[in-house]
Design a protein around this ligand. Sequence first.
Ligand code: ADP
Ligand code: ZN
Ligand code: ZN
Length: 752
Amino acid sequence: MTGRFANIIVDISHEKVDRFFQYRIPEALMGHLDVGMAVMIPFGMGNKQIKGYVMEITDRAEYDEHKLKAVDSIVKDGITAQSDSIKLAWWIRENYGSTMIAALKTVLPVKKKLKQVVRRTIVCKVDAKTAAAKADEFAKKHQSAKARLMQELASQSVLPHTLVTGKCNVTNKTIQALEKAGLIEVQAEDTYRKVLPENIADLEGWKKKRLSDHQNAIVDSIMQDFKSGVRGTYLVHGVTGSGKTEVYMELIEQVINEGRQAIMLIPEIALTYQTLVRFYRRFGERVSVMNSRLSAGERSDQYERAAQGDIDIMIGPRSALFTPFERLGLVIIDEEHESSYKSESMPKYHAREVAGELCRMKNASLLLGSATPSIESYFRAKKGEIKLFTLNERLAGGQLPSVYVEDLRSELKSGNRSIFSRRLYGLIKDRLEKGEQTILFINRRGYAGFVSCRACGHVMKCPHCDVSLSEHTERYRNVSRLICHYCGYMIPGVTNCPQCGSKYILGFRAGTQQIEELLHKEFPAARVLRMDADTTRSKDSYEQILSQFACGEADILVGTQMIVKGHDFAKVTLVGILAADMSLHAGDYRAGERTFQLLTQAAGRAGRSALPGEVVIQTYQPAHYAVVHAANQDYEHFYAEEIAYRELMMYPPVAHMMAVLVLADDERAGAVQAGTLAEQVKQQFGDQGFVIIGPTEACIGKIKDIYRYIFYIKHREYQMLTTVRDTLEQTIQKMQWSADSVQFDFDPMMNY
Ligand code: ADP
Ligand code: ZN
Ligand code: ZN
């Protein structure tokens, strides 16, 4: 690219430097610089050398040409961002708010090109007959290592170096001696690091299936669009086991046949070994995978292979979306409702939305799949923006389980104060006697200490936001208060139920550990495994626990939402959900949706094989629509009620919501900052259809000594919210607050 000046984004995450800096391109680099390249530049008063990315090359000087500093050098082994990646970074910056450098780093998941590994092989320089003769000769001389190697080479003329020194136990010295004698040669070759399991090629199973009529109809419809130049967004709504993955693979194959490439996103927790084997069986070395376990070198190689066109398919979690495919034709997002597709750090982008933009840029199609589609996607399907397909039957057999909803209020009434309802207790006992397995599930995610009445089920809610209030206890004075985490509404803690007067109104607390202990007490002979954040800290413990359970080494698996995904357990015939209310009252507008998803998925764990399954859902609110419709596996009716609630309360996707999170070292300063920003929005935009909620202390008021304040802004138009954000960013800059002190989150999926 020619031009005398380079506009550069510097690699410092700070609002004040979130703009172009112009540099002169020195003679020596003229013609060598390209947009997207990483360069070293002198920066600031001290001319410190820092890294930057070239965003533009131009002949127009923005300032006095003679005052411009010169680019120093091109970063060795730097990754060059493709121009599409830069466009995408701009889009992310515009839509979610962050510095450009943070957005750029998001779309460049690999920062540095690392050297490929050298693979050494030992090549026989003589023919097989001579090699065998030499082997005999060495054997006679009792040079057994030399004999061994020559014998091997007589039957196979090329051997991996690692095999020779490893399994064949031949030392480097021996190898050198044979090389000197002209019998062998050691060859070295740069290769990409392999990331698929070593023995994957030997594994059996997963033959290509003949698609059912329903599956074919989906593939045909999407490919017909594709071939006639139409690129759409599609949603496959189908229960687990209904053949979605088979549809994905067929589509990928056809898109590849059209000369294009594909990315398949899958939540990391669901990205099992089985899935990889399945794709490898079908696509061989053309497929690769990205996940958090890869080393930097492995990542760098996969990135490079994709950029070189060495592979056609990338499978991985959120960040795999940024695989640098030149000819991207299809993006698939499996389990599209999963909250892990949303980034929790700045920029807080949603992979589904970024994928939409990426597909527009690359002229690719986007396919979403889920057993419980997100309300967002279903909403768009109803509006006709997404083409909806449904798969209803389980193809590998197995019936849907029978579901019982157990009312914990009536358990209390009849004097049962245990965590287990009488039915669940009886069924666990029955399974232990029959030698079948049980999964007990408790959801602690988003648990914010809601308060409910154990006698009548009444839940303390915010009158303004229609979400559950959370209990806060002041440690020193032992005073309890109930607080809304959206608007800050606050009342003193209650001692009696306002509905029925019962004194059994309290915050719900029970954890996996307590359940494990209780199981030991009630069923001393039962073998129990526990899976939660505590027991899965080490690298492979997650897989380990699951495979232990799959092998039948335990009767009962107790766990958090982690166990809902992944493996199929043929012998699990009972699933117990101990307190559906935990997720029901998480204190945010997605609580109902999350509960429905969790219950549906948990229920889907039972009865995966010939043995029929039973599911027990324990709750204080058996009539809640999320519980009722999950028990019936009835998505349509759930959606209808959920969207009515969102409409009524103006929550996404009907409207949009922006969370503004203020972080401060000082408690008062944080409160003032949040107050200033919220007040500005009220003054400047108050009468234009905005709803402003808060500011208030965040749900978690302090993390690592950083105080957190939050407010929310709702509006029907997303664009209006980005306008507000731009204004707030200007204020932050004007006030000289650090850019890191304010975070924006559009249509948040988490509780702050
Ligand atoms: P999902 O992705 O919806 O969970 P899968 O594609 O994994 O579903 O299919 C579930 C099971 O059904 C797998 O064992 C798969 O091999 C099998 N299967 C899928 N499609 C067919 C088909 N057309 N004929 C026979 N078996 C199929
Ligand atoms: Zn009550
Ligand atoms: Zn409120």
